[in-house]
Design a protein around this ligand. Structure first.
Ligand code: MLT
Length: 255
């Protein structure tokens, strides 16, 4: 098993990610928000790169089955229903709804990886579940960190390192690591014992605390609090359990 890693989406392109297994990580906060929304019963998340495409896509849907969610500069976008704080994505707000989702960095990473053979969304909150999926069916994979405005972010890198360590611990043979993956694993070994402290001292963590989202930092630092596996199915992100349920129904209708 070979693991490689990009610290930001700017380091790669759609072609390089095509047909790969890709894990997208944006701890603060897009990954954590997507994982939370799906855990709380959202039907699907539709990641889009721009506010304009979000509004355009939502125009094709009627009623209150669709929500617009996301941020620019950490705050809710004008005219949207939800921002990018996982605390907003409660069962009451999202159950049964599709969320069209656009954020500054996380959505860009997801859109860039949209031609992957399989794509998983990972944060600290579900890192064990993603690791288990990868070591149970070993295959080469690429970690794509969202970073922040084209720069490496500490929290994504440490989460990537935790994922790599967990995959290594679960599998029978040690994975082969690219230099980027090795650096992330080393960062996790150095900072992994104090996740919240590391997040609070990161660039984006400090910015979010300044604009009133300190509670999100604590939430996003929780390890294995939401044991679910979000994956890309067509152009939308769903929980693996929902995808499997649909496959079982389709199969029983065919036979
Ligand atoms: C992003 O995608 O850039 C982040 O999720 C920003 C944020 O924390 O809202």
């Amino acid at each position: 098993m070979h693991i490689d890693l990009y610290f930001t989406p700017h380091q790669t392109d759609e072609l390089a990610l095509r047909e790969r297994t890709v894990v997208v990580i944006d701890v603060l906060r897009a990954s954590t928000t997507i994982i939370t929304a799906l855990s709380n019963g959202a039907r699907e998340i539709i990641p889009v790169a721009t506010v304009e495409s979000a509004v355009k896509i939502s125009g094709n849907h009627f009623g209150d089955v669709i929500l617009l969610g996301g941020e620019r500069n950490g705050r809710m976008i004008d005219g949207f229903n939800l921002g990018n704080s996982p605390a907003e994505y409660t069962v009451e707000r999202v159950k049964g709804k599709a969320v069209i989702f656009s954020t500054t960095n996380g959505s860009q990473a997801l859109v860039k990886a949209r031609y992957a053979r399989e794509l998983f969304v990972c944060g600290f909150v579900n890192v064990g579940t993603v690791a288990e999926a990868l070591w149970r069916t070993p295959r080469d994979f690429t970690i794509l960190c969202a970073g922040s405005d084209g720069l490496l972010s500490m929290e994504d890198s440490v989460c990537a390192g935790m994922l790599i360590s967990r995959v290594g611990a679960g599998g029978e043979t040690d994975p082969e690591l690219s230099d980027g993956a090795l650096v992330a694993r080393t960062l996790h070994r150095t900072f992994g014992r104090g996740i919240l402290k590391m997040i609070r001292s990161s660039d984006h963590g400090r910015r979010l605390a300044e604009i009133g989202f300190d509670g999100d930092l604590r939430y996003c630092a929780g390890v294995d609090t939401l044991p679910v596996l979000p994956l890309l199915e067509g152009n939308v992100i769903k929980l693996r359990s929902e995808v499997e349920k649909k496959e079982a129904v389709d199969h029983s209708q065919e036979t």
